[in-house]
Design a protein. Structure first.
Length: 207
């Protein structure tokens, strides 16, 4: 791809660094921005810059937030004693889109994957264990991607919980195919999986 302007080429190269964006798509985006007036482009740049410099992560659940606590954790109408454990922020967005869940979340920041060099200490597992005790959680819902790494993480966390705990531990029903990605599931499948969640003990035993 030949460019008559190094400024244009540099802009295309930066856009092409984004996931799922190839050089052709990047060029189309850059050319679109060139058609906009300076005010709109300036606003676009300012929003991205402010997002990167000012966004925070919730000190309770590690979701993105404008302050120390995210809007979900700060919502008194949500069931604070029910915690849904997910891998990433994208999974929170996917579940929230179903409008079927009224508890709170805990984002692990990944799953245990020795082959990728990711161990329990690199995830927000200890913070979860402390939160369960501090917030007197009544139910822990595991909504991790249905694959070996997700199941390994569920098993590890379950073993770290006190044996005498009255905490109810469930996992979303496997309407989601094993090996699938949570964020790509349709809203109806996610909603039914949440509504028909299962005790973790029975799921682990059957697998």
């Amino acid at each position: 791809m030949q460019f008559s302007s190094s400024l244009l080429e540099n802009a295309v190269n930066e856009f092409a660094k984004l996931p799922g964006i190839g050089k052709k798509t990047a060029l189309r985006l850059v050319l679109h921005l060139l058609k906009q007036d300076n005010k709109e482009v300036g606003q676009f740049s300012e929003v991205i810059a402010r997002m990167r410099s000012e966004i925070k992560f919730c000190r309770r659940c590690f979701n993105v937030a404008d302050g120390d606590v995210c809007a979900i954790c700060a919502n008194s109408m949500r069931r604070q004693e029910v915690i849904c454990v997910v891998e990433s922020i994208r999974d929170v967005i996917a579940i929230e889109s179903t409008q079927q869940y009224n508890g709170v979340y805990h984002i692990l920041g990944g799953v245990i994957s020795p082959l990728d060099g990711i161990g329990p200490d690199q995830l927000h597992i200890e913070a979860l264990l402390q939160r369960i005790e501090k917030d007197k959680a009544e139910e822990l819902i595991f909504a991790l991607n249905p694959n070996i790494q997700g199941d390994t993480t569920i098993y590890y966390i379950q073993k770290k919980l006190p044996a005498a705990s009255s905490l109810r531990i469930t996992t979303i029903a496997r309407g989601i195919a094993f090996g699938g990605e949570l964020e790509y599931a349709d809203e109806m499948t996610l909603a039914r999986s949440l509504q028909n969640r299962l005790p973790v003990e029975s799921y682990v035993r059957n697998n």
